[in-house]
Design a binder for this molecule. Structure first.
Ligand code: PGA
Length: 256
């Protein structure tokens, strides 16, 4: 594992501005070992500015859940990178399974976002993962390979400080079912191999998060799993006690 585990909370379409600000305000006061895990909140667009303000001067990170690659224009309902940057955030989730499967985002569309986000200096949290059908058909690694090679196509290099990958099996997201330790080990090792095949330097150091029904009961086993550098968490990131417990568990694995 990289020295500092990452715990990113993907709120999806939950919490108003007021709910979000009070939530991060509480967590800010509760998490004592702030230096032992990188905690990133990814609220809806509407709450980004206020949450960045609330967390100013702390080590907590803030990320968006999506962005458009065009700088501006007639894209009703979309948000540009400059708009995100003007809130003061640092991260953007890209290629989340719900963007791929509910909103039909393709690997090439995600690739354009990856390039635009990297050019802007923001850090992508690039999500990949197989469906249940893929896994049953023995296609997991092939699917991951396709998502990574197409998603990162055209990049000359990869910087482990400016890229986070999240392996999230689609069948484990929001289902209460997590991938087994063996499945996570295999998937994370494959991601590393694919990255090493594409990029000469730094590929091994790129943090790879696991996501999919992570909670306070399975976090210890999962964070101990080889190749896991942290978590991307949906449901359990919305509950103060659960999220704080996960941060506490993950912080124990800090190798300072
Ligand atoms: P979950 O969601 O933790 O609720 O399974 C994870 C995600 O979608 O990032």
């Amino acid at each position: 594992m990289n020295s500092k585990p990452i715990v990113a909370g993907n709120w999806k379409m939950h919490k108003t501005v007021q709910d979000g600000v009070s939530f991060v305000g509480e967590i800010k006061n509760r998490v004592l070992d702030k230096a032992k895990a990188k905690v990133i909140f990814c609220p809806p667009f509407t709450a980004l500015f206020s949450i960045v303000e609330t967390l100013k001067g702390t080590d907590f990170g803030v990320g968006a859940q999506n962005v458009h690659f065009e700088a501006q224009g007639a894209f009703t309902g979309e948000i540009s990178i400059e708009m995100l940057k003007s809130t003061g955030l640092d991260y953007v989730i890209l290629g989340h399974s719900e963007r791929r499967h509910v909103f039909g985002e393709s690997d090439t569309f995600i690739n354009r976002k990856i390039h635009a986000v990297l050019n802007s200096g923001l850090v992508p949290i690039f999500c990949i993962g197989e469906t249940l059908d893929d896994r049953k058909a023995g296609r997991t690694i092939v699917v991951l390979e396709g998502q990574i090679t197409l998603g990162l196509d055209g990049l000359d290099s990869i910087d482990h400080n400016r890229m986070i990958i999240a392996y999230e099996p689609v069948w484990a997201i929001g289902t209460g079912e997590t991938a087994s330790v063996e499945q996570v080990v295999e998937a994370h090792a494959s991601v590393k191999d694919i990255l090493s095949g594409m990029f000469e330097e730094n590929a091994n150091e790129v943090p790879i998060l696991y996501g999919g029904s992570v909670n306070e009961n399975n976090a210890a086993e999962l964070i101990e799993t080889k190749g896991v550098d942290g978590f991307l968490i949906g449901g359990a990131s919305l509950k103060e006690d659960s999220f704080c417990s996960i941060i506490e568990i993950v912080s124990k694995f800090y190798k300072g």
